[in-house]
Design a protein around this ligand. Structure first.
Ligand code: HBI
Ligand code: FE
Length: 291
């Protein structure tokens, strides 16, 4: 049993299965409440932590033009300060006014059901620790930069804000049906690694791409990966890797398309997909056209 499963078992919650393998938790989960939230430990940040955040912010924001979605670029300034790690309650003053969401601190990845139930309450869990300087290029589990910079700006977008709450509500139902893995693929290929079609070309809106220097360029301009239109059943059958650039990206035409998906009756879809084989991360089905 790895540490994450031990923590989850200790609290009676099902262990997080994030992608095909659990990730080693970094945070101190003993300070979390029963719902896995914890106060942002602002005093714990060192000058080095603030400097890491500032350097990540500067580098990433210089790469956005021509690669990140317009909605993301216009929402980013809502995060506020960039020279230091923002105080969650300061972000919340703006965020709550904009879409009724608030960010809550968590020590790191949390089990699926607590994660879903926070989203269903319009609470987005933000890991409150930041990577070490030596992890500047890449970190496998989400830290405060991934969550704040990657996820929070689009929570200012009313359509994504509604989709994220619907995802949380859907996740609670999926957990009852044992369909979390299928639903997590939808989250992975949209909220984490989604692309959107804009007049200038394909642009990134997924947090995993937006918070990664290398993958931001790779996802929209490399000839390497497959890019295909998002289609619910196809996407929910497609496996993903948590520690390499994606081999397939799914493309939406607009943010409303995500919210419309949320109105699907997922129970029969889970039933149907459960009978079908999964699709490899780089596999193409006969007749599929690459974008
Ligand atoms: N926990 N803190 C945190 N952040 C996530 O994005 C997250 C999680 N636990 C599970 C999870 N995401 C995915 O497995 C969801 O699809 C459930
Ligand atoms: Fe994320």
């Amino acid at each position: 049993m790895n540490k994450l499963q031990n923590i989850a078992t200790a609290t009676g919650a099902a262990p997080v299965v994030y992608g095909q393998s659990d990730r080693p938790p970094r945070g101190d989960y003993t300070r979390a409440h029963a719902d896995y939230t914890c106060a942002q430990n602002y005093a714990a940040y060192t000058e080095q932590d603030h400097d890491t955040y500032h350097r990540l912010y500067e580098r990433q924001s210089a790469l956005l033009a021509g690669r990140a979605s317009q909605e993301f670029i216009s929402a980013l300034p809502s995060l506020g300060v960039k020279q230091r790690i923002p105080r969650f309650e300061e972000v919340n003053q703006r965020l709550f006014k904009a879409t009724g969401w608030e960010i809550v601190g968590v020590p790191g990845l949390i089990p699926e059901v607590p994660f879903f139930s926070l989203l269903a309450q319009r609470k987005f869990p933000v890991t409150d620790w930041i990577r070490k300087p030596e992890e500047f290029e890449y970190i496998v589990e989400p830290d405060v930069f991934h969550d704040l910079f990657g996820h929070v700006p689009l929570l200012f977008n009313p359509v994504i804000a509604d989709f994220m709450q619907a995802y949380g509500q859907g996740g609670l139902k999926a957990a009852e049906l044992g369909a979390c893995e299928m639903l997590s693929r939808l989250y992975w290929y949209t909220i984490e690694f989604g692309l959107i079609r804009e007049s200038g070309g394909l642009r990134a809106y997924g947090a995993g791409i937006l918070s990664s220097a290398g993958e931001l360029e790779y996802s929209v301009h490399s000839p390497e990966p497959h890019r295909i239109p998002l289609q619910l059943a196809r996407t929910m059958r497609t496996l993903y890797k948590i520690d390499t650039y994606q081999q397939t990206y799914f493309v939406i035409d607009n943010m409303q398309q995500l919210l419309d998906l949320a109105n699907t009756d997922f129970a029969p879809l889970y039933e149907q997909l459960g009978q079908l084989p999964t699709i490899g991360a780089k596999q193409l089905l006969p007749g599929e056209q690459l974008l």
